[in-house]
Ligand binder design. Sequence first.
Ligand code: UTP
Length: 260
Amino acid sequence: MSKVKKAIIPAAGLGTRFLPATKTVPKEMLTIVDAPIIFYVVEEAVKAGIEDIVLIAGRGKHSIEDFFDTSYELEDRLAKEGKSHLLDRLAHIRSMANIISIRQKQALGLGHAVLSGLPVVGKEPFAVLLGDEITMGFRGEPNVTAQLVSSFNETETSTIAIMEVLEKDVSKYGIADVEEVKPGFFKVNSLIEKPKPHQTKSRWALPGRYVFDSEIMNLLKNATPSLNGEIQLTDSMKVLCESRGLNAMTFKANRYDAGD
Ligand code: UTP
């Protein structure tokens, strides 16, 4: 049985890159086909066997919580009009997972957002899925989070997804310096957040899917903010590499971020 039953979805960032679109609509609520990005992220977690989802939301993000909640007036109208297919769809979204919402009172960085989930995850291992990126597993294949969960269950070591990017794009991501252990599976030696291309030779970027054991929470609790005042997740992951160890794996799936 999988040990990873909880996931944290940080969705409290300010979304400055997509202004003005994200001034009133959180970027996690931008729509793809007929559902917001966050729906596909929650769906990925659920398909990976996650039961409890900790949504880290911030000011102006209540529409994300509302999306997974009951809308009595709307549902009553759909029932009266006999629109059962729509009613069923809304009921499915609501019952997909146990959604626990935690407010990050200030956008103090991704590390701080993950740490805000501590009261729910406690000492259990957990997945992190960034709320502004979606990955689509190939038909019939496990999705990225499911691939990470399988690896964690086998190795009992925190595992992150990595993907190769072009040199010009390294400054957009956390970048991992890795050592290949077997095809597609790596040991992480170090990490650097959004480096300039000359600061790293590595082209292995972090696309925003992770599975951690509880040690990362201990490291985040003691982390010092970086120069911009944010608690960076990559800083604590760097310490994790030197203590308990950190694995990385490539994945078979398409990945898009909100900007795409
Ligand atoms: P980003 O750095 O991409 O999000 O964080 P941002 O801060 O919203 O983006 P820009 O640069 O201003 O456009 C990745 C994920 O982490 C969340 C974001 O909501 C996003 O899903 N996040 C980031 C938090 O939850 N809290 C934070 O303090 C920072």
